[in-house]
Design a protein around this ligand. Structure first.
Ligand code: PMP
Length: 334
């Protein structure tokens, strides 16, 4: 039987989103992944990656888990590692929110912040993590492994085994469409593969932020990016092994100007404080609902809590500096 934090991973609520549903005449639901012990959709892959490494004999008791992450996977790995007696070393681009950095320190993870660099640069956080794991494998007393969430398909398998099955059961098989954004692509690919195994004609959509290359890839076959987004944890520029063969039927490009007001409305009108990637996801669900027409059941992911981004997403000065809309209740009146 699972104990400690591991017992709390998965089986998250499926929440009906009233405003998005009323707007479209569809039933739109969000899978409340902030309810996981590490507070995000990444606890499930973190657990499966660690258990896969245990099963394959890569991870010794007391071993070190090294990973490059925008933060949430690191938090998930630290939670699971604490519960199982491992240690973590997290490599993170320094552009990510202070709240995620503070959370990793609180959880006891080792932390290495690196300047943001594209994947093609050898100093990109993913390559730094791989090299560190290789070096530490021989010097650490109990060895070291690289979690490799982008290209380790134990990531998407977690979503095939758990997230997709839960969505199928919670909608009593009524789900017509599923859509979310991609970081590693584990969620969209895993839930997509899982749901299609139950029902072949379920529509799988990708909601892509500006600055990512996947919208272009799934609509024209070419990996091309333009613009940018303040969202964290999403926005991919390559086809990761987790995205390889993902059954994506349709893709939408979602600018922050569309996603953020939706995130702010979720807080103000429904009491749901969510991160920017969830704004992208719900905007995508609304677009997919409009494409499919009224009467359909559409599910997306509430990836994490907005409290993880108070210093940015809910900071009027930061939003103004990016020429983004400011929630009216945060407007400073001089
Ligand atoms: N939203 C947030 C806030 C995330 O941290 C992540 C994970 N990088 C995602 C969405 C995307 O999940 P995935 O890696 O499964 O594509």
């Amino acid at each position: 039987m699972d104990t400690g934090a591991i017992a709390g991973i998965g089986n998250t609520p499926l929440i009906k989103l009233r405003y998005a549903s009323e707007l479209t005449g569809c039933d739109i639901y969000g899978k409340a992944e902030y309810a996981n012990p590490g507070g995000s959709v990444k606890d499930r892959p973190a657990l499966n990656i660690i258990e896969d490494a245990e099963k394959n004999g890569y991870l010794e008791p007391g071993g070190l888990i090294v990973e490059g992450t925008a933060g949430n996977t690191g938090i998930g790995l630290a939670v699971v590692a604490n519960a199982k007696g491992y240690r973590t070393l997290i490599v993170m681009p320094e552009t990510q929110s202070q709240e995620k950095i503070d959370t990793l320190r609180t959880l006891g993870a080792g932390l290495k912040l690196v300047p943001a660099a594209p994947y093609s640069n050898p100093n990109n956080f993913q390559h730094v993590a791989r090299r560190l794991a290789e070096e530490l494998a021989s010097t650490e007393k109990h060895g070291a492994v690289w979690a490799n969430q982008f290209d380790n398909v134990a990531n998407r398998e977690a979503h095939i085994k758990t997230t997709a099955r839960e969505i199928w059961e919670q909608t009593e098989g009524k789900v017509d469409g599923f859509i979310c954004a991609a970081g590693t692509g584990g969620t969209v690919a895993g839930v997509g593969i899982g749901l299609k195994s139950y029902r072949r004609d379920v529509v799988i959509g990708l909601a892509d932020p500006m600055g990512a290359a996947l919208y272009s890839y799934y609509t024209t076959g070419e990996l091309k990016a333009e613009g940018g987004s303040i969202s964290e944890g999403i926005g991919q520029s390559r086809i990761t092994d987790n995205l390889e063969g993902a059954p994506i039927d349709t893709a939408f490009q979602i600018p922050d100007e569309e996603a953020l007001p939706i995130a702010f409305d979720l807080l103000e009108k429904e009491g749901l404080c969510v991160g920017a990637s969830t704004g992208v996801n719900v905007a995508g669900a609304i677009r997919l609902a409009r494409r499919m027409g009224p009467g359909h059941t559409i599910v997306t992911i509430i990836c994490d809590s907005g409290l993880r981004y108070q210093s940015r997403l809910f900071n009027p000065d930061f939003l103004r500096s990016k020429a983004l809309p400011v929630p009216h209740w945060l407007e400073k009146r001089l």
